[in-house]
Write a protein that binds this ligand. Structure first.
Ligand code: GLN
Length: 311
């Protein structure tokens, strides 16, 4: 890794930070709506554990949709063998980009309750339903996995948990629509409970950059050597991040950034550069698809400055 990575991150932050003023924080979750628009952090954690960070990298933020990557990993891990994964997951959730907003109901009606992919809300609810088949403690399981991978305890932000529950009408509607097509086996309340819980995990930019590394390391947590996912399954999660992880901007992200990313409505975005590092950027104001605007710019800058496409 370049010796001057700290300087690169400084330059990336300088280039990206001012762009935040062009974005908007989401209005439907109170604490996110009032988040400090000037907050900014970027962290890179190399596979050997070397950490680089600029800005508010140790401030906890709600993980929101980035949790979808980790619940998908848990559900894929729980299913028995490749056939088990295909039968339990890929029969019930697709692997195509949606081209629609992350909380849209439109496609779901047309496609008979089968979500396009696990990175949108509908898909994540099905993933939670699958996980609940294997683990009655599914809501806790993702927090446990995050804590293991971050190397530090990750907790639930009760205020965010409550606010996300209060603004869950749309997610509830999505769950009911899927249940009407027979694509949920647990009750809407159980599935929603697991989903809302995972979205409220409070985690720092630095911890997320650490935690996501296993996907760029053939499924093995580089900190402990523990296999979280088989290499083939890890590759597939990364493929879904690349094609679907930033919703209806996934094409633009692949075009600009080029490595797999996953965003959350709190303004965090994680990325993986295979066999090199995990990265996380955080800036609360979002673009129209619900991805951090300055975060997108920062990851584009990082890819350019490190010439990541040619590696
Ligand atoms: N809790 C949010 C929701 O369900 C998560 C969405 C997101 O981060 N994009 O709407």
């Amino acid at each position: 890794m370049d010796a001057d990575l700290d300087e690169v991150l400084q330059a990336v932050a300088e280039a990206a930070r001012p762009r935040a003023s062009q974005g908007r924080t989401p209005s439907y979750i109170e604490s996110l709506a009032h988040a400090d628009q000037d907050s900014f952090a970027i962290a890179v954690v190399e596979m050997d554990g070397t950490e680089h960070a600029v800005g508010d990298a140790d401030q906890p933020v709600a993980i929101q949709s980035i949790s979808k990557v980790f619940t998908l990993a848990l559900a894929m891990q729980a299913a028995d063998g490749a056939e088990g994964v295909a039968e339990e997951l890929w029969r019930r959730v697709g692997v195509e980009p949606s081209g629609d907003p992350y909380n849209s109901l439109v496609q779901l009606e047309r496609e008979r309750g089968v979500p396009r992919n696990p990175m949108i809300n509908a898909g994540a609810l099905v993933v939670d339903d699958v996980l609940l088949d294997h683990r009655s403690d599914a809501p806790e399981a993702v927090v446990e996995l995050l804590s293991q991978l971050a190397g530090e305890p990750v907790t639930i932000d009760d205020l965010v948990r409550q606010e996300t529950a209060e603004s869950a009408s749309r997610n509830r509607a999505i769950a009911h629509l899927m249940a009407s097509f027979g694509n949920l086996t647990h009750t809407v309340d159980e599935v929603l409970d697991a989903y809302l819980h995972q979205c409220a995990a409070a985690i720092t930019t630095r911890q997320l950059a650490r935690a996501i590394r296993f996907l760029g390391n053939d499924g093995v947590d580089p900190a402990t050597g523990r296999t979280v996912l088989e290499p083939e399954r890890a590759r597939r999660v990364a493929a879904l991040m690349l094609t679907c992880g930033t919703y209806d901007s996934a094409g633009q992200f692949a075009f600009d950034v080029g490595f797999p990313c996953k965003s959350g409505v709190s303004g965090a975005i994680v990325g993986i550069v295979r066999h090199r590092f995990g990265v996380c950027v955080w800036s609360p104001p979002l673009e129209e698809s619900g991805n951090s605007l300055a975060g997108h710019v920062a990851l584009h800058e990082l890819a350019q400055r490190l010439d990541l496409w040619t590696h």
